[in-house]
Design a protein around this ligand. Structure first.
Ligand code: G
Ligand code: G
Ligand code: MN
Ligand code: NA
Length: 249
C-alpha cells in the first residue's frame, strides 16, 4: 500500500511535520495552550489528511515511532523554546497499550529538559479501547511524570462516560458537533447539560470548534475554561506561532 510505504520513510525524508492550533483561556483572553496536529505530505508535496494516514499508521504499527517523533518534535520546537504553557499531543490507544510508552515520554522530557506538566496527551473517546489494566497503568505512570491527560472528542462515542468513571482527566474537550445547534433552545440545553456533567466531576472544560463571536459569547456565559477553533486561530507552523508576545514576554 502506497501510504504505508510512505509512512515508513516519512521521518527520514522530512515528509511529516507538526502544526499548532491556539487554545484560548476564556477568562483571561490569552493563549494558554496549543494543540499539536500532525501533517504528512507525499513526495510530490500533496497533503495526506490525518483521517487517512493515522488509521494506516495504527494498523501497521508505525504509529509508535511517529508518536515518539511527534512528542520529541513538540518538546524541541515549542516547549524548549517558547513560553506557551502547555502543548497537547494526540495519542493513539496503540501507544498507550504498548509497553514502555510512559518510559519513552519520560526519556524525551529528560532529554529536552521540559517539565512534564507542560505536556498534555489527548485520548479520543471515539476510538474503542477496552479498559485494559495496561492502559490504566500507563496513564497513572504518565500522571506521575506530571503529564496532563485530556479526553478528546467528548460526546461522540459510547465510551466517554465509562472513561470519565475510570480516569481522572485534567481536561475534557467537548466535541465541536455540540456547537452546531447551540443557537437553538434545544441545542443550548444539551450543551449546558454536558458542561454540567463534566464540571461536576471536577474536570476542566475545553470546547472545540468555536467559529463565531456569538459562540464565544455563549462560552463566556457558560464559564468555559478554554476554547479552540477558527475564531481563536487556525493551526500554524511553529515559526509562525509568535506566542512569546501573546504570553506577555
Ligand atoms: O487538523 P486535523 O485534520 O489535523 O486533525 C484530524 C484528527 O487527526 C485529529 O482530531 C486527531 O484525532 C488526528 N491527529 C492529528 N494529529 C495527530 C497525531 O499526531 N497523532 C494522532 N494519533 N492523531 C492525530
Ligand atoms: O479531533 P481533533 O479534535 O484532535 O481535531 C482537531 C481538528 O479539528 C483538526 O482537524 C482541526 O483542523 C479541526 N478544527 C479546529 N478548529 C476547528 C473549527 O473551528 N471548525 C472546524 N470545522 N474544524 C476545526
Ligand atoms: Mn485532538
Ligand atoms: Na477533538
Amino acid at each position: 500500500e502506497n501510504i504505508a510505504a510512505l509512512l515508513k520513510i516519512a521521518i527520514d525524508q522530512d515528509l511529516v511535520s507538526m502544526v499548532y492550533q491556539p487554545i484560548c483561556n476564556v477568562a483571561s483572553g490569552r493563549i494558554d495552550a496549543v494543540e499539536a496536529l500532525m501533517r504528512l505530505k507525499m513526495l510530490d508535496g500533496t497533503a495526506v489528511p490525518p483521517s487517512l494516514f493515522i488509521p494506516i499508521a495504527e494498523r501497521t504499527g508505525v504509529i509508535l515511532e511517529l508518536g515518539r517523533w511527534a512528542i520529541r518534535t513538540v518538546c524541541r520546537e515549542i516547549l524548549a523554546v517558547d513560553r506557551v504553557p502547555v502543548v497537547s499531543v494526540n495519542v493513539s490507544p496503540i501507544q498507550l497499550k504498548s509497553p514502555g510508552f510512559a518510559a519513552s515520554v519520560a526519556a524525551i522530557l529528560g532529554e529536552t529538559g521540559v517539565a512534564g506538566a507542560r505536556l498534555a496527551l489527548e485520548i479520543t473517546e471515539g476510538l474503542e479501547m477496552e479498559m485494559h489494566s495496561d492502559v490504566l497503568r500507563c496513564i497513572s505512570d504518565l500522571k506521575t511524570l506530571g503529564v496532563r491527560i485530556w479526553l478528546d472528542d467528548f460526546g461522540t462515542g459510547f465510551a466517554g462516560l465509562s472513561w470519565l468513571r475510570l480516569i481522572d482527566f485534567d481536561t475534557v474537550k467537548i466535541d465541536r458537533s455540540f456547537l452546531h445547534d447551540c443557537d437553538t433552545p434545544r441545542g443550548k440545553a444539551m450543551l449546558r447539560d454536558i458542561i454540567g456533567l463534566v464540571r461536576n466531576r471536577g474536570h476542566k472544560i475545553l470546547v472545540e470548534g468555536v467559529e463565531t463571536e456569538d459562540q464565544m459569547g455563549l462560552m463566556r456565559q457558560f464559564r468555559i475554561d478554554q476554547v479552540q477553533g477558527f475564531h481563536v486561530g487556525r493551526p500554524k507552523l511553529a515559526e509562525n506561532l509568535r506566542l512569546k508576545a501573546a504570553a506577555g514576554a
